[in-house]
Design a protein around this ligand. Sequence first.
Ligand SMILES: [Zn+2]
Length: 281
Amino acid sequence: MADLLYGLSSLGLESLQGADIFEELTKKEKAVEEGPVVLEEKDMVYDKKTTCPVCDTEFMYKSLKAGKTRFLGNAQDLRPVYEGIDAQKYDIALCPNCGYAALTKYFPRVTTKQAAFIRENISSKVRLHAYTGDTYSYEDAIERYQLALASAVVKKVKTSEKAYICLKNAWLLRGYAQYLAEEKHMPKEQLGAVTQLEKKFLQNAFRGLSASVASESYPICGMDEGTLDYLLAAIAMQLEDYDGAGKIVANILISTTVNPRIKDKARDLKDEIMQKKKEPK
Ligand SMILES: [Zn+2]
């Protein structure tokens, strides 16, 4: 490219001579030519620092990097889907010192009494693995969810919180099954075992979330009544309880307070339920 700043040397500005006056445009054009950068999972996470509310230790855990992940949408049962990464793997904070673990949203909330329960029932016994990779493997993540569920039980948290861990654990196992199927890492019968386990966690999520509707006030796990009802219908659908799902959907559709977005999703679910019921068993 011809030097547009050719006359600067005689004006004492030699250092600017030869500069690209449209540097930012050149960079953009180059990026378009090279195509989109394909990020690897390790590029989409970072080490997030936090302090354990039980033992006061400062530690790091891997978390999704804002701006580096692309959200593709929600599955029918609201499982969030991202390009190239399973977000569920990165939603547990686990203290490597005392073994306390929780969903990141709930991690800081520990009363003095709950901290004592954790120390007595978890810290004194747990033998933790170190997670040394750039990312969490599915095996790492499954272990972290187990520890979060253990802490939730010991903390005696609300039914909805335990149910929500079960739901996210089921989503994680679904991702694991897809990964195993794609990578062909596992024989069919073992893949079936992962799917069975997913079902078990979904059943427990359904049980806990249904019970919390009667005993807790909204928002429950961040959801309003319409969203939680829809979620329950979608879980029932996954569990092949089409009559149960149909009843919940019918209530959503006659409600005057449910937001239109959820009503649309409920209508789609209703169509699918009708379809499933027609299929020969
Ligand atoms: Zn700790």
